[in-house]
Design a binder for this molecule. Sequence first.
Ligand code: FAD
Length: 470
Amino acid sequence: MNALDASIADRLKDAAGPGGWSADAAEIAPHLAEWRNRWKGATPLLLQPRSTEQVSRILSICNETQTPIVPQGGNTGLVGGQIPTQGEVLLSLARMSRVRSVSAEDNTLIAEAGVVLANAQKAADEADRLFPLSLAAEGSCTIGGNVSTNAGGVNVLRYGMTRELVLGLEVVLADGRVLDLMRGLRKDNTGYDLKQLFIGAEGTLGIVTAAQLKLFPKPAGYTTALVALAGVEHAVPLLNRLQAATGGLVTAFELMQRRALDLVAKHIPGTVNPLPAHDGWTVLIEVSNPSAFDATEALEQALANAMEGGTVVDAVFAKTARDREGLWRLRESIPEAQRQDGASIANDISVPLSRIPDFIREGEAAVRRVLSEARPFTFGHVGDGNLHFAIQAPGHDAALLAQRGAIERAVHETTEKFHGSISAEHGLGLAKNEAIALYKAADEIEVMRALKRTLDPNNILNPGKLLPQA
Ligand SMILES: Cc1cc2nc3c(=O)[nH]c(=O)nc-3n(C[C@H](O)[C@H](O)[C@H](O)COP(=O)(O)OP(=O)(O)OC[C@H]3O[C@@H](n4cnc5c(N)ncnc54)[C@H](O)[C@@H]3O)c2cc1C
């Protein structure tokens, strides 16, 4: 671990204010391990400021003394970006957890970085509005983390990634200056849109202290169905048919291979697969109904037609809110079930929608060429072309992990072949920051480095993450 000079530590503690820091190993421990237990951190000091002014003072001290610092929100990131693996100071934004304002008239909500996503959703709901960002980690992840990873989730199809939900940001720069980018305008063509630089920057260009978020009308109701497909090749054509039939009201379209549902049934108590006889692919489909009309009938009719045409084999509709919850629980529990089932290699890729079946076929073959015992399975946000392509090798965990590099390379090369992205929504962090050098043009990487040098000349903000080091 980097030794932290005692006088610098004292200045940082003073800047974070009373109760705003900890050097206690037990208190710090939960911040040093991440969800999949792949990276383990170490830090001499945890800072937990309550205000933007405190963050500003902390960064100006870090910059002056060239002390590296790692920002952390809810610690649910899946690529290690929030873990201080080189003994950096750890900056938790969790105590900046105030919803500053909600305006039903402007359709905006201003949340501090540490507001837990579910609390932002709740604040919007209380104002009779919808904040549509939704992901399985929403009970723990924070708005600052969502912005910094440009989080996706299950409603991207209708509402877009976090980037599309941000109207304004407050950001503390590496030298402590506070950039107020909170105009909150939907139209503002006054030069470079600086807030975009910090969205998806994984804490390498500045610290997000607050975000102004877009709100939407609350749907009057939902129609939710679990649908058995005759084959994965029917998924995207079915989505297009349903969008046409409902006037674009499909908000979620989540693909799941049978193995994913089996893992959930095995590890998550109280879950039931309502289509147990179907051995192939299923999709969880949700339509959000506006108050003006209910698209249930249109959805039912379109699915009945698809059944007649042989592309859909079976379907169950949620009849109650509890049914809906049960169907969503199946989808949202997959990562947890996967984690409990032993070693696995997770991939988060995207390809053009039309290439999804080809990617799955060739990706599975490429992985099996590396390790014949490998059992790949897929789930994900298929309407966005985003597949979580997971690989297990039951009974051969050690062999699987020993082949991690070769397996990831096989997946990335297949992704590249179909003009896809090796990270659709989780980011690069420590997991893919070296691999990305192989798939982005050298000029693109150089412009990214130039931005980093300009905004963080002393390389204090989350060093070693996102950008290739080699
Ligand atoms: C079960 C599960 C399901 C998930 N599902 C999805 C999904 O569907 N879609 C998806 O996109 N992601 C998903 N994730 C990943 C994760 O939840 C998101 O990346 C989330 O946005 C991270 O938020 P966080 O507050 O936990 O950030 P952290 O994990 O604490 O940090 C993530 C990154 O952001 C940086 N950071 C955090 N806060 C700030 C800040 N205030 N300023 C600057 N940098 C900051 C960190 O340094 C790190 O690089 C899932 C994770 C889990 C565990």
